[in-house]
Design a protein around this ligand. Sequence first.
Ligand code: PEP
Length: 252
Amino acid sequence: MRKTIVAGNWKMNGSTLMTKKIIIGTMARLWDVDFNENLEVVFIPPFIYIPIASDLVKDSRYEIGAQNMYFEDKGAFTGEIAPDMLKDFDVKYVVLGHSERRHIFGESNEMVAKKVKKAVEKELVPILCVGETLEEREEGKTWDVIREQLETALSQFDTLPEIVIAYEPVWAIGTGKAATKEDAEEVISKIRSWIKEKFGTDEVSILYGGSVKPANVENFASSQEIDGALVGGASLKPEDFAIIVKTFVGRG
Ligand code: PEP
C-alpha cells in the first residue's frame, strides 16, 4: 500500500534530553493530526536512544526506525546491531543503504542487498536509500546508478516485499541544496516504473530525501509522485519537523 511517510533521521546527533525534547516536542505540535492508516511518522534516533524513544511512542501512532543493522543474526561482529535486537525494542523500520553508509563506511550494493534480505526475513521494513553523486549526475549516469542500486537490492525477491524506497540524491543531503520538484519526480517515477515492470505492482511508498525543510517542503508535498520525505537536519527541530509532517498531511 502507498502510504504517506515522514521519517526523521537524526544521524549521529542527540542525547537523552534531546531524544525526549524532539519526540515530545513533535507530538505536542501534531496533537490535532488525524493519523489514519495511510500516515506514518517515524523517529530514527541513534541506536543507543532507541529504548527511550520506543518508550515515549508506546501506545501512540508514531513509529521508531533504526539507522542501520547487520545482516547476521548474532555472533562475533563487534560493534554491530542485529535485527532481533531492534525488534526487541519495537523498531518497525530500518534505513539501509543511506549514502553516508555507502560513501563514508564503504557499504557496497551487495552488502546493502544482504541487509535488505535479512530485514525482510525478520519482518523489519527497510527504507532503502538510493541516489546518485553530483559527478554521476553531471555525467548523465543518474538512472544507471539508481537502477543498479535497485537491481542489486531487490532482484533477490520474486515478489515485492514490504519496503519503502527513499530517493536521496547524494549532492542534496545535508547541503541545504534540495533537488527541484521536477528532478525528484523524474527519478521517482522511473523507480516506480522499474518496480512495476519487475514485480507487476507499484504499490510502494517512495520518499524524497535531501535538505527537506519547511521552506521547500511544499514543492515535494504537492507532487502526487512523492509519498513523503526522509528528513535529516530538520528532524532535529520539532517545530520544523512538525511543519513538514503537516504539509504532507494537508495536501489534497
Ligand atoms: C538524510 O539524512 O537522509 C537527509 C536527507 O539529510 P538532510 O535532510 O539533512 O539533507
